[in-house]
Design a protein around this ligand. Structure first.
Ligand code: ADP
Ligand code: ZN
Length: 604
């Protein structure tokens, strides 16, 4: 049996106790390990990713350990091959076992999240390199000599490197290859991920920021498991503060993972990172290309990428040396995975940190109750930044009692809010209206018979989407075309929309401010990172005057000229069956108000 090769980790051991058979966990929703025999000459290790036969197809799995069954070896089917990837380390295998039992899932289903199939399918691109053979050319020209001499520092070089160093043409290199003086070898293409350039900004931090940053740096340097809640009001510079922790992790050569709730929509974060660290971070979410996915997966495993920012699925990357996990907006419900393996990425981040002996930082202006409870019980450390950075002040908040206002039917903007929008636009600033309801109207009622249009599948009210001319169920995804005729009584022209959605609100705003450029931002409109980016550019360049949106506008954005936020139907979220309705409504209102007046203009 071969010795452990250079790419494997020191936690690996060659399976000696049971060289001829192993137990494999398959990346399919099962709990049990399957036994396979090991063909002669195959050096299988615990953690090797293997291709194996399963029924009449092929499957992939990870060698979980030696097999202790004593069936005759011929009864076992052989492993087909070992995939050309680093092994899955022991601690990640332990996390699979733990997470499966914690979430009541099958171990194979958890493993499937790690063995991201499209990442493994796209095996790495290879590149042609040359090495010298023992043969020297019979006719030694000046150019040939220069090529041969270019190998004194490096034993392996690509054609372009040889040509650059020796100052000769590719033809000379090809000629030497033909003569057998150079030999071509195909090797994995070196990774494209650059190391971020850490530069500290500690000296420019406010006192409370610096104190928080120093705490985080300390936890990174301790190089052991801890959880710290970084709480700070919106715009207090939490990102700035955890960037210092990243600097510390990069400097000590460790990998870092940052989880963001909506990575596909986080262009501002990515720009900011690039400005600060000089390179793009690795990005991981469901929309990245298969090639990029495969390169990032491998780079995480080989330790050639130092920072990955991603959605919750990034938690399952096979990092080789994780030294810091940051969960930004830790309270965000988007971190909860509701299908397949059901888990909360914030909790799983803590579990991963524990198993990797790495510090975890939870960041929020409105921490979840669970996290606050853990702080209170002394399980988590705590840093707090009480105010906004520099001149920026917290916005002034005013509640308007709509009962006192006697608004005309089918209008939703109160007089004080209209006045405030007018004033804001006159000052050259921007306003945003927040209403957490997609579509045109949340309910359509027949004025002839009183029937409320409901979903045939789940009896939720159908939501009118006028821009698409449809009626949608927001629960199950059912869609039908809008009609003029009541399904119950057959009357036509009696169907009437009740209440506002963002589309309807936009109608009202357009009639009040016909010259303003209004943009709607919801999960229906922000369907791709490109569209989100265009919208953000339009807001940043002040082309957009009024933004109307659902909770997607509450997230982390920083628009210096956005000074007014109007929340329409602010108590809307309190109705419903979610036991967290009050907590989520508070968080959402706090976050959305936090978009106002984040720079020198004050917010309202
Ligand atoms: P948070 O993440 O708490 O909402 P950010 O980190 O986005 O806050 O900071 C809000 C704004 O203030 C950003 O534009 C950021 O660049 C700026 N800022 C915060 N702290 C500093 C600082 N110490 N020096 C310079 N700018 C800062
Ligand atoms: Zn439905």
């Amino acid at each position: 049996m071969e010795s452990i090769d250079a790419t494997s980790h020191n936690t690996t051991r060659v399976i000696r106790s049971c060289e001829d058979r192993v137990a494999v966990l398959l990346a399919i929703p099962v709990d049990d390990l399957y036994e396979y025999s090991v063909p002669q000459g195959l050096s299988v290790k615990e953690g090797s990713i293997v291709s194996i036969p399963l029924g009449n197809r092929k499957s992939i799995g990870v060698v979980w350990g030696p097999s202790d069954n004593n069936l005759p070896i011929e009864k076992l089917r052989p492993i087909e091959k070992i995939l050309d990837f680093p092994i899955i380390k022991k601690n990640l295998r332990d996390l699979v076992d733990w997470a499966a039992s914690y979430t009541l899932s099958k171990r194979g289903a958890v493993l499937k999240m790690i063995l991201n199939t499209s990442a493994l399918k796209n095996s790495q691109k290879r590149q042609k390199f040359y090495k010298l053979t023992n043969k020297t050319p019979e006719r030694m020209t000046k150019a040939r000599k220069q090529v041969i001499e270019s190998f004194t520092l490096e034993k392996l070089q690509s054609a372009s490197e040889i040509s650059r160093i020796s100052g000769t043409s590719i033809a000379v290199i090809n000629g030497l290859e033909k003569l057998g003086c150079l030999e071509a070898v195909m090797l994995p293409k070196p990774q494209l991920f650059e190391i971020p350039k850490p530069s500290t900004n500690l000296q420019n931090l406010s006192n409370s920021q610096r104190k928080a940053a120093e705490n985080l740096i300390k936890s990174v340097q301790e190089n052991s498991f801890s959880v710290t809640l970084l709480e700070g009001v919106t715009g207090s510079g939490k990102t700035e503060v955890y960037f210092e922790a990243l600097v510390s992790a990069i400097t000590s050569g460790k990998q870092s993972l940052i989880l963001l709730p909506e990575i596909a929509l986080s262009t501002q974060w990515l720009t900011r990172f690039e400005e600060r660290f000089g390179v793009k971070p690795g990005v991981w979410h469901s929309d990245i290309s298969p090639h990029h996915r495969s390169a990032t997966w491998r780079a995480a495993a080989e330790g050639t990428i130092s920072i990955i920012v991603g959605a919750r699925s990034a938690l399952w990357l096979p990092f080789s040396d994780l030294g810091l996990i940051i969960v930004d907006e830790e309270h965000d419900p988007g971190f909860k995975q509701e299908e397949g393996v059901i888990y909360h990425a914030r909790d799983m981040a803590v579990a991963r940190g524990k198993i990797e002996s790495a510090p975890v930082v939870l960041v929020s202006a409105t921490p979840s109750l669970e996290t606050l409870r853990n702080v209170k019980n002394g399980r988590y450390n705590y840093c707090y930044i009480p105010d906004r950075f520099g001149q920026a002040k917290m916005p002034q908040i005013e509640a308007i009692d709509m009962r006192q206002l006697n608004l005309p039917n089918n209008t939703w903007l109160s007089t004080p809010l209209r006045e405030a929008i007018k004033k804001t636009l006159n000052n050259g600033c921007q306003a945003a209206l927040f209403l957490n309801r997609r579509g045109y109207a949340p309910l359509t009622i027949c004025r002839a018979c009183g029937y409320r249009l409901e979903c045939p599948n789940c009896s939720a009210w159908l939501v009118e989407h006028r821009s698409k001319n449809t009626l949608n169920c927001h629960h199950c995804g059912y869609i039908e075309l809008r009609q003029n005729k009541c399904k119950k009584c057959g009357e036509t022209g009696k169907l009437s929309p009740c209440g506002p959605g963002v589309e309807r609100l936009a109608e009202e705003v357009k009639s009040l401010f016909p010259d303003a450029k209004i943009d709607i931002a919801t999960s229906d409109t922000m369907v791709s990172p490109k569209i989100a980016e265009n919208l953000i550019n339009s807001i940043e360049s002040l082309q957009t005057n009024i933004i109307i949106g659902t909770q997607v506008i509450a997230k982390g954005h920083h628009f210096p000229m956005l000074t007014l936020i109007g929340v329409v139907d602010a108590d809307l979220g309190l109705i419903g069956t979610d036991l967290r309705a009050a907590e989520h409504t508070y968080q959402l209102l706090n976050q959305v108000s936090g978009r106002a007046g984040r720079a020198k203009h004050s917010g309202h």
